[in-house]
Design a binder for this molecule. Structure first.
Ligand SMILES: O=P(O)(O)OC[C@@H](O)[C@@H](O)c1c[nH]c2ccccc12
Length: 264
């Protein structure tokens, strides 16, 4: 059993509890009643580096990162700093997140919000939309091609955008074959949690520049941003470095100017 399998087993148990509390029809109605999802793609496609800033309290690899007593004010700082989107970890057992965090962030900002979780069931997509998410994460390593295609369609039907996460050449090929156009390369291997920033470059070349390429995980400094920007990153997804930074507004500005220097 890999770490990923283990996490997903817990996610499914928590999901079944919520399904008993809130029947799927009620979630579907709430999703239909929510204000329409925002489209993050225009900003992701503009030449300036897009920073996707993450609200993350802890992780299975790093333990506690930050208490984040007020996710709304952290998210507001991210938005003020120029984040193109905000990622909210909603997984509870390993990451200390919740749908309440998603609600708080959604209410606090006007930029697109990503529900970051291990999405394995239709119920979670309706729930994401009901709680105001504009984007959801699809992890290729966790899903079959049929599931990816199905969840990709469901995401689009709900007006949301899928960020499709890859970690190997085979996963990149699967994501491209299914026609996804917002594709992340996770520098962290979710099967053993090892991080290697050198994962991004070769997979970014394989993705090509017709898709929006997101470098995810292990980006700790402006120098790291410069490295992945030079390798074709249109966006970076950063958690740890921002939740631990005393001044996330300055940190985001720093990341964006590091990428500008690369492209100048
Ligand atoms: O904190 P970091 O190293 O900056 O990483 C952020 C983000 O990439 C990471 O949280 C992440 C990437 N893919 C995931 C899938 C599930 C949970 C978490 C993740």
């Amino acid at each position: 059993m890999t770490v990923l399998d283990d996490i997903i087993a817990g996610v499914r148990e928590d999901l079944e509890q919520r399904r008993r509390r809130v029947p799927i029809d009620a979630v579907r109605e709430a999703a239909a009643a929510a204000p329409p999802a925002l489209d993050p793609m225009p900003r992701f496609r503009d030449p300036r580096l897009a920073v996707i800033a993450e609200v993350k309290r802890r992780s299975p690899s790093k333990g506690d990162l930050a208490a984040i007593p007020d996710p709304a004010s952290l998210a507001a700082a991210y938005a003020a700093g120029g984040a193109a989107a905000i990622s909210v970890l909603t997984e509870a057992r390993r990451f200390g997140g919740s749908l309440a965090d998603l609600d708080a962030v959604r209410a606090a900002v006007d930029v697109p919000v990503l529900r970051k979780d291990f999405m394995v069931d239709d119920y979670q997509f309706l729930e994401a939309r009901a709680h105001g998410a504009d984007l959801v994460l699809l992890i290729v390593a966790a899903l079959t091609d049929d599931e990816l295609a199905h969840f990709g369609r469901l995401t689009a039907e709900l007006g949301m955008t899928a960020l499709v996460e890859t970690h190997t050449a085979d996963e990149v090929d699967r994501a491209l074959a299914l026609g996804f156009d917002l594709i992340g390369v996770n520098n962290r291997n979710l099967k053993n949690l090892d991080v290697d920033l050198a994962t991004f470059g070769p997979l970014a070349s394989r993705l090509g520049d017709s898709v929006v390429r997101v470098a995810e995980s292990g980006i700790l400094s402006a120098d790291d941003v410069a490295i992945v920007a030079a390798q074709g990153a249109d966006a970076v997804l950063v958690g740890e470095a921002l939740v631990r930074h005393g001044d996330p507004v300055a940190a985001i500005a720093d990341f964006m100017s590091a990428a500008e220097r690369v492209h100048a």
